[in-house]
Design a protein around this ligand. Sequence first.
Ligand code: ZN
Length: 102
Amino acid sequence: MDYKIVIDAGHGGDDPGASGNGIIEKDLNLKISNYMYDRFRELGVPVKIIRSTDETISPTERVDRVLDAFGNSDDVVVISNHINAGGGEGQSVTNKCITIKA
Ligand SMILES: [Zn+2]
């Protein structure tokens, strides 16, 4: 099966997400997501991105954008990028890969 990829940069705009050590989650999520988007395009993989700038997106709008990207199908993979602040040393990177099925 040829998969289509939807990349979601978590948070954005008025929602900064986690922060620590001078890092704001929404900014790092955006950098990671834009890199992934460019790389998938270079590889010829069908890909769309939910946000490519620092904008506020409501939960409902975010879901609508995911569903509008390639529709609701088994061949669509959604990668939602988040960075957790954690409580110890180092960092925790969370990539939630899900397929959406009604
Ligand atoms: Zn997050």
